[in-house]
Design a protein around this ligand. Structure first.
Ligand code: FES
Length: 358
């Protein structure tokens, strides 16, 4: 199975000074593989000076738009995002993996749900896909979006959000919170902190009307919001997270072997199943991740951030014990079911059986 497919860039639209929206078209045989679920992301790869970089960007299109597009915000020092913002042009081709990610809930066309979304900066991208989709597919549902940015000029999809508000009159409420710009209502100026969350719940949001909350942004903001949501009565099942793209360092950090892994030094017999094929090999228990070992043994195992953020490298441990160093992507129930982020997984037992196909 080809892990990457070549997509044609059919449109590039500048959205803010440092963000572009790139529309992509798969070749006809790949069209089905690139049908997506709202809130999913694409992982791209490109060589920069002989080194392959992989980056994930969320799809910003709704299910009914009939196109595939992603928002790419330039990150300081980010090779891929800078290249996409400055050099990418219509007609170029980009290698991408099929859409991935579980930042969504099931659509229920007859339901009348209350959704609450929090987005910080480019974290709006998957949330926009969700907003467009649920408003179109669940005609009785409503959505309240609280969108944090530094200033008006850095608001991605500003016009599109206004248009959606007008199109879905009374069903989409939009609150911009701007860090450095004074607004008519004091509450909407500054950062989203615990105090502001309390006031939002007191004055604008009825927690009892919320069925699901989606949060996408930088980690500290997400943690503050999630804590407040719990405090105001939402359960963990009602809160969905996605860390946004610039949290992805993109290169594996130098790994320090944990105590458990160090104590377990020696070798591990690793069995890896990928695309229906199982390979067995020995790996050192020296802090090397299962993903690194699989790739070193010429397996085309999927990955992107290598930082425990994106979940592209998700696999399931069928036998043996591993230690997962960082997990920003898997839910507790997935971990309980044996799923791991293989980029963060270090073998502890002498034998580990893992599958990417589960
Ligand atoms: Fe992103 Fe492992 S590659 S979480």
């Amino acid at each position: 199975m080809a892990r990457f497919h070549s997509l044609e860039v059919t449109d590039i639209r500048r959205d803010t000074r440092d963000a572009v929206v790139v529309t992509l078209k798969p070749d006809a045989p790949d069209a089905e593989a690139f049908s997506f679920i709202q809130g999913q992301y694409l992982t791209f790869r490109r060589d920069f000076d002989g080194e392959e970089l992989r980056r994930s960007y969320s799809i910003c299109a709704g299910l009914d738009e009939g196109c595939l597009k992603v928002g790419i915000k330039r990150v300081d020092g980010g090779a891929f995002s800078t290249w996409a913002n400055e050099e990418l042009k219509v007609g170029d081709r980009l290698d991408a993996m099929e859409p991935m990610g579980r930042f969504h809930t099931e659509l229920e066309p007859t339901a009348a749900k209350g959704y609450l979304g929090f987005a910080g900066g480019s974290g709006i991208t998957p949330v926009l896909s969700i907003i467009k989709t649920v408003l179109a597919r669940e005609p009785e549902s409503t959505f309240t979006l609280i969108y944090a940015n530094r200033q008006t000029s850095s608001i991605m999809f500003r016009e599109e959000l206004e248009d959606l508000k007008n199109q879905y009159l009374g069903r989409l409420s939009l609150i911009h919170v701007l860090e450095t710009e004074t607004q008519e209502i004091d509450l909407f100026t500054g950062r989203i902190d615990a105090e502001k969350m309390d006031l939002l719940f007191k004055l604008w949001i009825d927690a009892e009307e919320v069925d699901t909350a989606f949060i996408c942004g930088p980690e500290p903001m997400m943690l503050t919001i999630a804590e407040s949501l719990r405090k105001h009565g939402l359960t963990d099942e009602q809160i969905r997270f996605e860390l946004f793209a610039s949290s992805q360092p993109g290169r594996a950090k130098a790994r320090t072997a944990s105590k458990a892994a160090a104590a377990a030094a020696g070798t591990c017999e690793l069995s890896v199943t990928l695309d229906g094929t199982t390979r067995n090999f020995q790996m050192e228990k020296d802090g090397t991740s299962v993903l690194e070992a699989a790739v070193a043994n010429s397996m085309d195992a999927p990955f992107s951030c290598k930082a425990g953020v994106c979940s592209t490298c998700r696999a399931r441990v069928l036998e043996g014990e591993v230690e997962m160093e960082v997990n920003h992507a898997l839910e507790d129930y997935e971990v309980r079911a044996g799923y791991v982020l293989s980029c963060q997984c270090i073998p502890v037992s002498d034998k580990v059986v893992i599958s990417y196909d589960e």
